[in-house]
Design a protein around this ligand. Structure first.
Ligand code: BG6
Length: 483
């Protein structure tokens, strides 16, 4: 694998949860795999008045909790490779101070001036940070400068356009890495490999053979301690506009001209452009009430910490849409996501058309189940191809069985998505990042649904969401495939 050039990795939000749980372990893993140079240094930036020693202890604790590695070596790495800068209120002087600190670290470790800036920040401070960097000239560097922006990128089409405009005032698109961590997941990347290296499936991947596609991302967790953000966002902004839409475009896109960032992203954008506007009647919004998950009772959404009692924020969305192009016209795509659902499960279910004539109908007291391909993103990553077989014995009776593949049977640990994505930033591979026009196309699609005024159906925690979501499928003769 390609090794990153010597550089300084600068994280805004350096004392935050993302740094603690994901970024530090991922960076350390790149170190242990020797995918970064020995001179690699990290500069954490945050408001907290830590001195460097205190920051290093904080980072050691984080790695002890979240990294799978030898403690002593990790602690040594923290002491020699982590630096800290307190950015105060983020005013012009503070950014000037940051520039000085960057230059000091670079000169102490003879770094050539390549810089990656990661904004692991709440979205409301993206603009001020981008401007602060730009005004101080930190959008350019003696070597290369790249900026990584976490999701959500905007709150609707207008704010996404504004944010893109601001980003492009200082950076050209090749410097910008918009993160959607779903794209870092092995099984999501495998979608491309699965589709474009196994022509037996690709030749069936169209409206002639496929009846419908369902994409579910179900979580058992609730809002946790994130109400401040989540109550303003809701499931449509938090999950559908980004993660589910990425799964959708990868499932539906045409084969790219080459396995290259822009070729792939062009095809994804074409899918988004071909989606027919989604009507209000094609969407069901829900919010969880109290219930039980895996035997434990859990609170309803409006009883969670810091959630306003009268909140109408959706924690569940189900919708159907149509991709009006030659490959997919007439094939319904159903998307569904929710918190506090029955199981943690992300799956894409591709249901094929039934046989034109059902020879066996009626001999079996049940109709034939259509063939279905189930791609499981998480947990027990892998896939199942559901087929009909004859039950042994006299007469003809059918049974649905699966041909399956589980990653865990053949591979030990799957790398965390962040590790893959950080390595890509450092080696300038934008394939798994969302391009500016792509993020705008996605917002264009969902912004009309954000207007409010729709019914929020409650659902019991520990279920598959409000029963009315079945209607979206039943109207077209479909049903949620049981997972
Ligand atoms: C995040 C959302 O982007 O993805 C969270 O903000 C959600 O609300 C999380 O829980 C799900 O990610 P994963 O990798 O656990 O499926």
């Amino acid at each position: 694998m390609q090794k990153a050039e010597p550089h300084l990795f600068i994280v805004f939000g350096g004392t935050g949860d993302l740094m603690r749980r994901k970024l530090l372990p991922a960076l350390y893993s790149l170190v242990t795999q020797e995918l970064v140079d020995q001179s690699f240094r990290v500069l954490a930036v945050a408001r907290d008045e830590f001195d460097e020693g205190a920051y290093r202890s904080w980072a050691q604790e984080a790695l002890d909790e979240f990294a799978k590695a030898d403690g002593e070596a990790m602690h040594k790495w923290c002491n020699s490779c982590l630096n800290y800068f307190a950015i105060g209120k983020g005013e012009a002087d503070d950014f000037a101070g940051l520039r000085k600190k960057i230059e000091e670290v670079e000169s102490a470790h003879e770094l050539p001036g390549n810089r990656a800036f990661y904004l692991a920040l709440p979205p409301r401070v993206f603009p001020a940070t981008i401007e602060g960097l730009g005004r101080e000239g930190l959008n350019e560097a003696p070597g290369w400068a790249r900026i990584v922006v976490e999701k959500p990128f905007g709150r609707n089409i207008e704010s996404a356009r504004e944010l893109n405009k601001l980003v492009h005032q200082y950076y050209d698109e090749t410097q910008v890495y918009r993160i959607d961590h779903y794209l870092g997941k092995e099984t999501v990347q495998n979608l491309l490999v699965f589709r474009f290296s196994n022509p037996i499936f690709e030749s069936l991947w169209n409206r002639d053979r496929i009846d419908s596609v369902q994409i579910t991302v179900a979580e058992t967790v609730g809002v946790g301690t994130r109400a401040g953000y989540y109550d303003q966002a809701g499931a449509l902004r938090d999950m559908v506009q980004n993660h589910l839409t990425q799964l959708l475009t990868l499932t539906a896109m045409e084969a790219p001209a080459a396995f290259e960032a822009d070729a792939i992203r062009n095809e994804k954008v074409k899918v988004l452009k071909s989606i027919t506007p989604i009507k209000d009647s094609d969407v069901v919004f829900g919010q969880y009430r109290a219930g039980h998950i895996l035997g434990e009772s859990v609170l309803g959404y409006t009883d969670e910490e810091n959630v306003p009692e009268e909140s109408e924020t959706e924690t569940f969305v189900a919708l159907r849409l149509e991709i009006n192009n030659w490959r997919w016209q007439g094939v319904p795509f159903y998307l569904r996501t929710g918190k506090r659902m029955k199981e943690r499960r992300s799956q894409i279910v591709v249901t094929f058309r039934p046989p034109p004539v059902s020879l066996f109908m009626g001999t079996n007291q049940r109709p034939i189940s259509p063939n279905a391909l189930i791609l499981t993103i998480q947990p027990d990553e892998g896939f199942d191809l559901r087929i009909e077989v004859k039950k042994p014995g006299q007469g003809i009776a059918l049974k649905t069985e699966s041909l399956d593949f589980r990653y865990s049977d053949d591979f030990v640990d799957l790398p965390d998505g962040y590790e893959t994505l950080l390595h890509d930033v450092l080696t300038a591979d934008q394939t798994l990042f969302v391009r500016g026009d792509e993020v705008e196309e996605a917002w264009e699609l969902y912004t009309p649904l954000l207007a409010g005024g729709h019914t929020i159906h409650t659902y019991e925690a520990g279920t598959w969401g409000p029963g009315v979501s079945d209607r979206l499928l039943a109207e077209l003769g479909d049903w949620w495939v049981s997972l």
